[in-house]
Write a protein that binds this ligand. Structure first.
Ligand code: RNT
Ligand code: ZN
Length: 418
């Protein structure tokens, strides 16, 4: 079936495929730099183990070991991904001059100048994240630590990151989402659940007292249920993070990672709940399998449902900041980036090709029989050719065409890394 035929098939549902393609092109999606090197970063030495209760598994060859390698790998992935892209950078990816080093609380905008150059030459925006893990000053708590010195260090890091985020936004001329997530918590039953949360709250108050323009820097509060080795208690729980954002609406926004909820909860349903109250929210799109395993995002039911809610709740009008967050070290990392990014775009396309007004009208008139029939039939509407047309219009290879580039890059470059 050609694009023109697919266009007619969607027109029969009352859907304009050209309008969907035009819209999709403009939606920023943030690609996380940390898939390229298994969340190792550059700042604290390459052998520093990953902490904070997150885990990468696998030892696939070709991990990026330097800023140059990471940027080269990103370039390959970016060339295979359609749409508007941002790069999501962690503070642990600071780039120092030879002989120079600064600890996390002393990081400066200049340590991210190479990232700014990278983004500028490619017309990309950037998002940012303080790195409250994989560092000797995790005791193992950070912002919620009872140790004053530990807390001061991490507050200093948070403030430095606000300044860096402001710099990134100003340099690149678009907002920078700055996500606050810590792995603070306990392996076993705590003796005090409130103390760490009160300290965490006060620490964030201090971090956000650092001056910034809220139109440019969007601090986020990301919640979590548990982590590896942090099974019993998480300071930044769902209620904690959401309450913080709700009580500080002039300073920050909530962020939901769909790996961070109990297994039968779905973020798709939480999007309209939050948008009923918050002007703006942020998402980490990932794929949990049984736990917060951060598998590569697929074109699956929940990813599509998340995208359907983003689209029909007006999320594409600047109300939902979309980022990817997963890390698989068991497969080719450039492919992991590309598959996840393309699947998110494909799911957004699926969502934009729904006759949302008609579906809403069926619901409001109580016609649930027809609502079910229509939603089922839309699942097999000819999306494939519309997707192929989107890839063509964005100047990137279509399905069946891009993987060869990754294979060549693996044999020429990745496979030769030690
Ligand atoms: C961890 C959180 C967090 C991290 C990144 C690296 O569970 O999802 O967002 O994945 O900051
Ligand atoms: Zn996340």
């Amino acid at each position: 079936m050609s694009y023109e035929e697919s266009k007619k098939a969607y027109a029969a549902f009352g859907v304009d495929t050209d309008a969907a393609l035009e819209k999709l092109k403009t939606v920023p999606v943030s690609l996380h730099c940390w898939q390229g090197d298994d969340v190792r970063g550059f700042g604290t030495g390459p052998s520093k183990p990953l902490t904070g209760g997150i885990q990468t598994t696998g030892n696939y060859p070709g991990r990026a070991r330097t800023p140059e390698e990471l940027m080269a790998d990103l370039d390959v992935a970016l060339s295979l991904c359609p749409g508007t892209k941002k790069i999501n950078i962690h503070a642990s990816y600071a780039i120092f001059e030879a002989g120079e080093w600064a600890d996390r609380d002393k990081l400066e905008p200049k340590h991210f100048q190479k990232w700014v150059d990278f983004c500028k030459t490619r017309g990309l925006g950037a998002d940012f994240n303080p790195t409250f893990f994989s560092h000797p000053k995790c005791d193992p708590l950070t912002l919620s630590s009872p140790n004053e010195e530990t807390r001061r260090f991490w507050i200093g890091h948070g403030k430095a990151c606000v300044r860096i985020s402001q710099y990134l936004a100003q340099e690149l001329g678009q907002p920078c989402v700055m996500n606050i997530w810590t792995g603070d918590g306990f392996k076993d039953i705590p003796g005090d659940r409130m103390g760490p949360r009160v300290r965490y709250k006060e620490a964030i108050d201090e971090i956000l007292s650092e001056p910034y323009d809220f139109r440019l820097v969007k601090p986020c509060m990301e919640s979590k249920v548990f982590g590896i080795g942090v099974e019993a208690y998480t300071a930044g729980s769902a209620e904690f993070a959401l309450s913080y954002a709700a009580f500080n609406r002039d300073k920050c926004i909530p962020l939901m990672d769909n790996g961070h909820y109990h297994p039968t909860e779905v973020v798709s349903d939480k999007i309209p709940a939050l948008l009923a109250f918050f002007p703006e929210i942020a998402l980490h799109v990932t794929r949990p399998i049984r736990w917060d395993s951060d598998h590569v995002v697929l074109y699956d039911d929940e990813t599509r449902e998340i995208c359907r809610e983003i689209v029909r709740c007006g999320g594409l009008e600047g109300r939902v900041n979309i980022a990817l967050d997963y890390f698989d070290a068991s497969i080719n990392r450039v492919s992991a980036w590309t598959v996840g990014f393309r699947n998110l775009q494909k799911s957004l396309l699926f969502a934009l090709l729904q006759p949302n007004e008609a579906l809403k009208a069926l619901q409001d008139s109580g016609n649930f029989t027809r609502l079910m029939v229509l939603q089922e039939e839309l699942k097999t509407a000819p999306l494939g050719e519309v997707w192929a047309e989107y890839c063509r219009r964005c100047g990137v290879p279509g399905d069946g065409e891009w993987f060869q580039t990754v294979e060549t890059y693996e044999s020429d470059v990745l496979g030769k890394r030690g």
